[in-house]
Design a protein around this ligand. Structure first.
Ligand code: FAD
Length: 347
């Protein structure tokens, strides 16, 4: 059995932030995660407010600025509101455009530099919370059989899977059926550092450049009202109604032949944020709709906070966990209320 003071389950932004924070405080930590997905990567952004958090995690901010470009232009049109154009050059408060895998490997490198134990698994079989520890049984990723892990505290940072929470019998509340469908194509570099968001008759279109002369267009809608998965042509038709995208789609044919990638985007919240010896953070705790572009920042921030709570739990001080859970719920409710201001504009 692999034993550590704190077990961190997951290998994304929340898990890395939690594990780095613990390791920086000399707390023995083991990170247990599934292998990185080899699926298609979508363009994602990171709020600039994350930079102080990254510095706190010992990440070289110069490196981040060199490796990841900033958003320079943002076009948005919510409901019947007129189109809004934010030109962000040369603002330092412009969001950072991520290659997610590249960004995650920056954090993983920092984790390894700190000497953290990192184990890849295939899946979690079971978990129990006993008097003073959390025990997890998992399947190894190389097929060699069962692995056992134990920590005096555990952090669930397994994203939408909420693998530890679910193994402990905790469920998620689902607030909507938002789902996104993505197509990919050429732009000739026009949208390299820009995003376009616009309301269409049955949802939202979001487009972001991937920095290499290509872009991804996502169609967000309520899955509950969908009869079937839209094909690329159906997404092209909706995107073409937006002037700025219509021109690009017309100039660079091929969008309608793109493969359509589906990504769950539902807004959800775990029924409880944790127990005496464990807690959830990032997407494992709550998922916020991607159009808000806050999930990555929230994952980093909550990962750091979760690590502080786990340190408290090691001293049998559970007050931090209680205020963490309360603050996370309050923030989530506030986000739901705020988004009505946008989505309420839908015609
Ligand atoms: C379509 C889409 C677009 C988005 N765009 C943006 C954006 O532009 N800006 C933004 O800020 N946010 C965006 N988000 C949200 C953002 O991607 C997430 O909020 C963020 O990645 C959450 O990080 P995380 O570490 O909590 O979870 P994840 O990134 O999901 O990481 C979970 C980790 O846990 C591992 N794992 C899963 N199951 C197990 C298991 N059973 N055992 C062990 N490990 C496990 C996974 O392999 C992974 O390493 C978007 C989301 C979607 C769906």
């Amino acid at each position: 059995m692999l034993q550590a003071k704190v077990l961190v389950l997951g290998g994304g932004l929340a898990a890395c932030a939690a594990a780095i924070t613990l390791a920086q405080s000399d707390v023995e930590v083991a990170v247990v995660h599934l292998p990185a997905s080899s699926g298609v990567e979508l363009p994602e952004s990171l709020m600039p407010a994350a930079l102080p958090l990254l510095a706190h995690l010992g990440i070289d901010i110069e490196k981040v600025n060199q490796q990841f470009p900033r958003l320079t232009s943002r076009l948005s049109k919510w409901g019947r509101a007129p189109i809004r154009h934010d030109d962000m050059r040369p603002r330092f408060d412009a969001p950072i455009l991520l290659g997610k895998a590249k960004f995650q490997s920056l954090l993983m490198t920092r984790l390894r530099t700190l000497g953290c134990t990192v184990r890849e698994i295939d899946r979690i079989d079971s978990a129990i919370e006993v008097a003073n520890s959390v025990r997890v049984t998992a399947r190894s990723s190389d097929g060699t059989g069962l692995l056992e892990f134990a920590g005096e505290a555990a952090i669930d940072a397994t994203g939408r899977a909420s693998a530890l929470a679910h193994s402990l019998g905790v469920r998620r509340r689902i607030f909507d059926s938002l789902v996104s469908f993505w197509i990919f194509g050429e732009t000739g570099g026009v949208l390299n550092q820009a995003t376009v968001t616009a309301t269409v008759h049955d949802g939202w279109i979001f487009c972001a450049g991937s920095g290499d002369g290509r872009a991804a267009i996502g169609f967000f809608t309520a899955g509950a009202h969908l009869a079937s998965k839209p094909n690329a042509m159906a997404i092209v038709e909706r995107a073409s109604a937006i002037l700025e995208l219509g021109e690009i789609i017309e100039a660079f044919p091929g969008w309608a032949e793109s493969k359509v990638i589906t990504r769950n985007a539902a807004t959800t919240l775990l029924n409880v944020a944790g127990g005496l010896r464990w807690l959830a953070c990032g997407d494992s705790l709550q998922t916020i709709d991607p159009l808000a572009s806050r999930g990555n920042f929230t994952a980093l921030r909550q990962g750091i906070l979760a690590a502080e709570c786990a340190k408290g739990a090691l001293r049998d001080d559970h007050s931090l966990m209680a205020s963490y859970a309360w603050a996370a719920r309050r923030e989530f409710v506030e986000t739901l209320r705020h988004r009505q201001g946008y989505y309420g504009l839908v015609v």
